[in-house]
Design a protein around this ligand. Sequence first.
Ligand SMILES: [Zn+2]
Ligand SMILES: [Zn+2]
Length: 389
Amino acid sequence: MKLVPEVAALVPEMKAWRHHIHAHPETAFEETATGAFVADKLRSFGLEVHTGLARTGVVGVLRCGSGNDTIGLRADLDALHIHEKSGVTHASTIAGKMHACGHDGHTAMLLGAAAALARRKDFSGTVYFIFQPAEENEGGGRVMVEEGLFEKFPMRAVYGMHNWPLNPLGTFAVRPGPFMGAFDIFEIVATGKGAHAAMPNTGKDPMLFVAHAISALQTIVARNLHPLAAGVVSITQVHGGDTWNVIPQEVVLRGTVRSFDSVVQDLIEQRMRTIVAGIAAMFEMTATVRYERRYPATVNAAAETKHAIAAATAVVGAANVDTDPTPNMGSEDFAFMLQAKPGCYVWLGAGRGPDTPNVHNPHYDFNDDALPIGASYWVTLAKQQLPPN
Ligand SMILES: [Zn+2]
Ligand SMILES: [Zn+2]
């Protein structure tokens, strides 16, 4: 392990920042105190600070030397609607909200990198430190891009990082191409004809639609996708019926679809519509499909992935950088930035052993021992990518 010395010296501060943010979680687009905290810190390091992009987003600008080259490093600010059960001393002070995805750690690591780079000023060019709101569900990364992130702050490439408790501390994992899945949601409403449950012949039972639809929708992945293509169809909600002796009028199904490429995404949506219409026709009722594409797949660019591997290797050694990990069907709104700019997203190993709670678990807490590793990666990446001052 080769930690950047300036970063290693900042560990107590990074921990304190992380614990402060953890104790005061704010969810999507409400990260006003977190954003102000970040802006204050960046100003204290001597950075130029821009606020208000995507409401609560913050961009810090560090220019050194006379170089024209630029890169962007991105962290996320938001917490989740989860009631924390970690029992740590810095646990959430806000009921029902929790930093259960480690964005507190991401923010602290990027602040640490900004402080370290500002202290040494030994590169020539510009580094943009991007702190985005609303990574969870609401697409703050998309809003930042739409509000002109890359026009206001022109950069050659953009880099992201997520802590990964499933991988051991002191490792990185990254690969070129699709790395995280596209995230779609759907809602199917089947409308039959309500009836007395003892006289089913007088109604059109939407429960029967549900029984067939749940099975038939699984045939999309099993029978329509190329065997080597990847897709997930998960029905996660069934809502219908109120009592024992009534056939309801309507039943609602909801769920999510995951994929790595738009051809698969198109196929799943089209087959879903066909199957739903066919089953509805079979049982003489109507059914509607609302299909919404939320986040695209996170696709790493080839050249930037090589740069990310070089930086990770310099910090943890080649043996600890997995360059062929199995992609994950979780999704990530850094995908919107990667659609607009070449870049790379890496997983920072943060596991403490097989029982480490994963992200989005109420017992999860970001692993502080990962702070200097992630911040060293950022500093190393910036110094490898920009010429010395
Ligand atoms: Zn998350
Ligand atoms: Zn996350």
